[in-house]
Design a protein around this ligand. Structure first.
Ligand code: PAF
Length: 272
């Protein structure tokens, strides 16, 4: 991969990159379209990264369908699908990792210790292999996106990070590879994530700036839904991800909710 990337760069081609864990959906395809518009060559990686799964998370159960993914990539004009094995990506005695220390402990990081260390390390490795000029990350993973932006800034990595908007199903559910785990009822119940965000946005629109009030309205709505268990609801500063009491600046409302055994995330940004 690195050899091919070097050849492309020597030929003056601009490389756009979308890193994924596969089981592609319309959200991923929208990121590919954003990258393709801005580059000459589009590379997509498909790698279910063991380093970002916790000891209690089942990496084997993560959905995979390489043939389908490959066909979708071809349709989107992807020049190269990079599909490494875990053995090729990580030396058995690998001992260097990237730890982002300010943003990673909050929100998803609080319930998934070590997750963002695994994400940062694999993304830096993928950048070193694919040598992209730009890479697109989805806004659904709001915390991941901000951590990657921070890593690129702090380590002077010469890759432009582009934010790709959340893509939703017609009824508002944010697209995710994990949606496939939801049964019929659970699929309906999963709408509580988006509905609770809408509720908070509506209250904010009516002039409510107390984060605790917005949060409680979200909790009340989600607690009425069967099989829904809140992991976290964060109303945080858009940049630092620190919790806010009163909304005086742009904030990110991010939440993770388990519907049965499936952990889903969603978010919205409130602009002042
Ligand atoms: O967002 C994802 O799918 C993954 O976290 C990423 C960025 C591909 C790293 O493994």
């Amino acid at each position: 991969m690195q050899q091919r990337a070097l050849e492309l760069k020597r030929a003056g081609r601009r490389i756009g990159f979308v890193p994924t864990m596969g089981f592609l959906h319309e959200g991923h395809l929208s990121l590919m379209r954003l990258a393709r518009e801005r580059c000459d060559v589009l590379v997509v990686s498909i790698f279910v990264n063991p380093a970002q799964f916790g000891p209690t998370e089942d990496i084997e159960a993560y959905p995979r369908d390489f043939r389908r993914d490959e066909a979708l990539c071809e349709r989107e004009g992807v020049a190269m699908v990079f599909y490494p094995s875990a053995e090729n990506m990580y030396a058995a005695d690998a001992s260097v990792w990237i730890d982002e220390e300010a943003l990673s402990g909050r929100l998803c990081g609080a319930s998934r210790p070590g997750h963002f260390r695994g994400v940062c390390t694999v993304v830096a490795k993928l950048f070193n292999l694919v040598l992209p000029d730009l890479a697109v990350f989805g806004e659904k993973d709001a915390q991941q996106l901000r951590i990657i932006e921070r890593m690129v800034r702090d380590l002077n990595i010469p890759v432009e990070i582009v934010r790709g908007p959340i893509v939703r199903e017609a009824d508002g559910l944010a697209m995710s590879s994990r949606n496939k785990y939801l049964s019929g009822n659970q699929r309906e119940n999963a709408l509580c994530l988006r509905r609770s965000l809408d509720q908070a946005l509506a209250l904010f629109g009516q002039g409510e700036h107390d984060a605790a009030v917005l949060r409680q309205a979200m909790v009340d709505l989600i607690e009425c839904v069967s099989e829904a268990e809140i992991d976290y609801i964060g109303i945080v500063d858009e940049r630092s991800l620190a919790a806010v009491d009163e909304i005086k600046d742009d904030v990110l409302i991010a939440l993770a909710v388990k519907i049965g055994n499936t952990r889903l995330i969603d978010n919205a940004v409130l602009h002042l």
